[in-house]
Design a protein around this ligand. Structure first.
Ligand SMILES: Cc1cc2nc3c(=O)[nH]c(=O)nc-3n(C[C@H](O)[C@H](O)[C@H](O)COP(=O)(O)O)c2cc1C
Length: 188
């Protein structure tokens, strides 16, 4: 099959949809975040790409802490709202019920099935976005989202995002066990 070019703007396919939480002037602010990834195994570290012009960078500067919250698909409207409006214009602090963990200043969302709190360790300045790297200080879920003590993707029912078409999706079918299903592949 002939390959055709679709430009240089195809992002990771798909992306997780998360809500990035920071405290600004003592109040929680949440922005929708698709640019999030693991960056180190031990200590466990994550990174997120945040537009420099957003309100959220002020919270990173103030507290050096943040949270990543994984919403379930039924939260899609509120999730989209957090990506449409800025805390500079609208107070988003009452949109969700908030709780705090050990770090005390990383606001987490009660209705999200899974939340992690992070201590900021590094900021990589890029032309339009800052890449914030944080060490995971704690993660929080509820018994109802676990199977055999581990987060279960069917129960979390997370949201996925595709760009360039800008659409939300839910998770599809189980496709095999990782670090296992490839063991018997023969080359040649
Ligand atoms: C689905 C979705 C994903 C988004 N992902 C990101 C992202 O990864 N990084 C980013 O800087 N902005 C992202 N945005 C845009 C911000 O969430 C949006 O500009 C938000 O209003 C910023 O909020 P704040 O000004 O209160 O910080 C996304 C928006 C949507 C709708």
């Amino acid at each position: 099959m002939k390959k055709i070019s679709v430009g240089n703007n195809v992002f990771m396919y798909p992306m997780p949809v998360t809500l990035l939480g920071v405290n600004i002037l003592g109040k929680p602010n949440f922005m929708t975040l698709g640019w999030v990834t693991r960056v180190n195994a031990n200590p466990p570290m994550v990174g997120c790409g945040v537009g420099k012009h957003h309100y959220t960078p002020q919270g990173f500067d103030e507290n050096k802490t943040f949270s990543i919250n994984f919403p379930s698909a039924d939260m899609v409207r509120k999730v989209d709202y957090c990506g449409l409006v800025s805390g500079k214009d609208i107070d988003k602090s009452k949109l969700f019920e908030v709780f705090y963990g050990d770090l005390k200043t990383a606001p987490m969302i009660k209705e999200c099935p899974l939340s992690i709190e992070c201590r900021l360790v590094k900021v990589v300045q890029n032309p339009t976005n800052n890449f914030y790297i944080g060490e995971i200080a704690g993660s929080y879920t509820e018994e109802q989202y676990l199977t055999d003590g581990k987060p279960d993707i069917r129960k979390l029912n997370p949201l996925l995002l595709t760009m360039m078409d800008n659409r939300y999706w839910t998770v599809g079918e189980y496709a095999g066990d990782a670090w296992s299903i490839g063991k018997n592949v023969k080359i040649g």
